[in-house]
Design a binder for this molecule. Structure first.
Ligand SMILES: [Zn+2]
Length: 486
C-alpha cells in the first residue's frame, strides 16, 4: 500500500496483487488520477503518449484519399499521435523547395495539409513522416555531389526503383536540403515533430565513394575502409566511429531544426530490425529524445519473443524515456504481402509484446485504398483495450532478477556473410539461447548493454548472463555471476 500512495516509486504487479484489501476499481481510479497528474506536468508531449498510428500513403493516393474516413478510423483507436507523409522522396504538399519532387498525382491538392488539419481537429499530435534516403533524377542532375557512388564512380540507385538515386549522409543533402524541407513544413503546418523512414537504420554501414566521403576518409579515417564489415581492419573500426559521429551530428541538427518553431517539437530517427542493430544504440540514446524500434513483425526464424526483446534492449539505453515500436498491420512474413492483413493473433501478439516491454505501440498500414480491411478491427480492438486499461501501463520499473548482457560491438563487427538477408549469418542467434533458458529456469530476465555503463547498471540484478562470443572486454571482465536464483 505504501507504494500505491507514492508518485515517485513504481508499483510492481506483485505489490499490486498483494494489496488484497484494496479493490481493483479503487486502485485503477487512483492510478488514473496519478496518471492524469503525470500528463499535466511540463513534459514533452511524446513522453506521455500511449498510442500511435500511421497511414503511409503512396504516390497515387492524392487522387482518391478520403481524409475524414481515415482520421475517423484513427480516432476510433483513441490514438495520441499520428505519422503522416510530408515528403523527402515525394512531397505530398505544394512544396517550393527546389528538387523536392511533388507527387505526380498531387494536382492542385495539398494532401499533407488536409491530413494535418483532419488530425488536429481530432486532437492528434502530428509527426511528419519523411524519407531522406532517395531522390529523383532532377536532384541528381543539379547536385550530383548529394549522391552515393560506387568504387568505380558510378552513382548508386535503388534496387527496386532504379529511377531513384541514393543520397549520401556525408553530403549537404542531409545538412542543407532536408533542413530546408523541414523548415518549409514547420512554416506551413502545425506539426509536432519529424520522423525519417529508414535512417539511420540499424543495418551495416554504407561505404560510399563520393567526393564527400573520400574527403572524410582522408581527413578522419586515414584511408579508405573496406566495402564490407571487417572487424580485423582498423580502417573499418575507425570508420564506424566516424560514421556514428556523423549520425549524431545530423540527428542533433534535425532535432534543432524541428524545435525552431516550437521547443516541444522533436526529431526521431528509425531504428528497425530487432536487436540486430549494427549502429550503437547506447550512443544514439545519448542524443535521442525518442527511440523508434521499427520492428514491424516476424518472419522466417525470428523468435516469437523478438519484439519484447528489442523493447528490453531499448529500455536499457533509454532508461524510461520514450520508445515506440511499429507494428505492421500488413503481412510482413516471407514473402512480404504489403497489402494483405497480418493474422489477427500475430498482430495482437506483437502489440502486446510492445506494451509489455514498456514501448508505445505504433500501428501502421500502407496505402490509402486497401482492398483488404481485416486489419482495421484488430488494431481497434487492441487499442480500445489498451486505452481502457491505460492506468495500469504507467509502471515502467523492471522486476527482473537477471540481466542478459547485450554485446553491441559483436553485432557491429561480426563478419556477415553478405547483405542478402536470406543468407547472412545472424550475430545475435546465440543470445536467443540465453534468453530462451531464462523462463525455463523461472528467471525474470531483461537486457543490458555489455558496456562499462551497462555492466554497472546490471549490478542491481541478482545475476548476469554474458554471451561467450562477446568481444566487449568490459563484459568479459565482469562476467562472474552471483546466485542465479533468489
Ligand atoms: Zn558519400
Amino acid at each position: 500500500m505504501k507504494r500505491i500512495s507514492s508518485k515517485t516509486d513504481a508499483l510492481t504487479r506483485r505489490d499490486f496483487l498483494a494489496a488484497s484489501t484494496f479493490s481493483v476499481a479503487s486502485a485503477a481510479a487512483l492510478f488514473a488520477t496519478e496518471h492524469a497528474e503525470e500528463g499535466k506536468a511540463s513534459r514533452p508531449w511524446y513522453e506521455t503518449m500511449r498510442r500511435c498510428g500511421q497511414i503511409n500513403v503512396n504516390e497515387r493516393d492524392p487522387l482518391t484519399f478520403d481524409v475524414d474516413v481515415w482520421m475517423n478510423y484513427w480516432a476510433s483507436l483513441k490514438i495520441d499521435a499520428i505519422l503522416l507523409n510530408g515528403g523527402g522522396i515525394l512531397a505530398f504538399y505544394p512544396t517550393e523547395v527546389p528538387y523536392h519532387h511533388r507527387s505526380q498525382f498531387l494536382g492542385s491538392r495539398d494532401l499533407f495539409g488536409e491530413m494535418v488539419a483532419g488530425a488536429k481537429r481530432r486532437g492528434f499530435r502530428v509527426v511528419a513522416r519523411m524519407d531522406c534516403n532517395l531522390a529523383y533524377e532532377e536532384a541528381f542532375r543539379a547536385h550530383p555531389e548529394w549522391f552515393q557512388r560506387n568504387r568505380d564512380g558510378s552513382v548508386r540507385t535503388h534496387d527496386e526503383s532504379p529511377w531513384l538515386y541514393r543520397t549520401c549522409m556525408f553530403s549537404a543533402y542531409f545538412t542543407e536540403q532536408m533542413p530546408a524541407i523541414y523548415r518549409e513544413i514547420n512554416r506551413c503546418y502545425p506539426v509536432d515533430g519529424f520522423f525519417t523512414n529508414g535512417w539511420p537504420s540499424t543495418w551495416v554501414l554504407d561505404v560510399c565513394h563520393c567526393e564527400n566521403c573520400q574527403k572524410v576518409y582522408r581527413d578522419k579515417v586515414g584511408g579508405i575502409p573496406p566495402d564490407q564489415t571487417d572487424a580485423s581492419n582498423p580502417l573499418y573500426r575507425k570508420y564506424y566511429d566516424v560514421y556514428m559521429d556523423r549520425v549524431l551530428e545530423v540527428w542533433r541538427l534535425w532535432n534543432t531544426v524541428a524545435k525552431e518553431k516550437n521547443p516541444d517539437s522533436v526529431y526521431v530517427g528509425n531504428l528497425g530490425g530487432g536487436i540486430r542493430t549494427v549502429k550503437s544504440v547506447k550512443t544514439l540514446s545519448e542524443t535521442a529524445s525518442w527511440f523508434n524500434a521499427d520492428h514491424q513483425g516476424r518472419s522466417g526464424d525470428t523468435p516469437i519473443w523478438s519484439c519484447a526483446q528489442q523493447g528490453r534492449v531499448a529500455q536499457s539505453v533509454m532508461q524510461g524515456r520514450t520508445i515506440t515500436n511499429v507494428t505492421g498491420a500488413y503481412s510482413n512474413s516471407r514473402i512480404t504481402w504489403r497489402h494483405v492483413s497480418k493474422s489477427p493473433a500475430e498482430t495482437t501478439l506483437w502489440m502486446a509484446q510492445t506494451t509489455a516491454s514498456g514501448m508505445v505501440p505504433w500501428f501502421h498500414w500502407l496505402g490509402g485504398s486497401p482492398e483488404d480491411n481485416r486489419w482495421r478491427e484488430v488494431g481497434r480492438s487492441f487499442y480500445e483495450w489498451l486505452a481502457s486499461n491505460e492506468p495500469h501501463f504507467c509502471n515502467r520499473r523492471s522486476i527482473a532478477d537477471l540481466a542478459v548482457l547485450y554485446p553491441q560491438s559483436t553485432i557491429a563487427f561480426y563478419q556477415h556473410a553478405g547483405n542478402n538477408t536470406e543468407n547472412r549469418v545472424d550475430a545475435t542467434e546465440y543470445l536467443q539461447g540465453l534468453y530462451y533458458s531464462s523462463p525455463h529456469s523461472r528467471l525474470r530476465a531483461t537486457t543490458n548493454g555489455a558496456t562499462r555503463a551497462g555492466i554497472s547498471a546490471s549490478r542491481t540484478f541478482s545475476a548476469r548472463k554474458l554471451p561467450a562470443r562477446s568481444s566487449d572486454r568490459w563484459a568479459t571482465a565482469t562476467c562472474a555471476s552471483r546466485a542465479l536464483m533468489r
